[in-house]
Ligand binder design. Sequence first.
Ligand SMILES: [Zn+2]
Length: 141
Amino acid sequence: MAANVLIDVEVLYYMSRHELPLHRGLHTYLGGGAAGLLAGLLMWGVVLLLVRVMPVSSRWKQRLTQTSPTRLLRQSLFAGLIGGLSHVFLDSLMHDDMHPLWPFVTGNTLAGSISVAALHIGLGLLGLFALVLWLMLREPQ
Ligand SMILES: [Zn+2]
């Protein structure tokens, strides 16, 4: 989630300046991957800080303190990388001002390959599926 916000700060920045194109370096697999790793690193730090201020009785605190900081870092970096790369992929389906494979290839052949409505419906259904899966697999309270 943090990777997605971090990457779209680029769009907000260029929108605020009325400068086109809106999707630049962070909307490439290289930039999005780097931003994702940075977001993962930042979130790892946030988690380590939050663990310190959580009440001792917190179930989250108990679980997080049982996990080594190195493992948490690996998980945070991996999650950030997945978030950054998937952001670039999904955006490349709808924004023709992107160059996702820059600096190796310019242009975006995926833009318009699926309608925006179909993309949004598909993502909504995926979110619903993920919610159902999470509800089925979560640990009992
Ligand atoms: Zn974006």
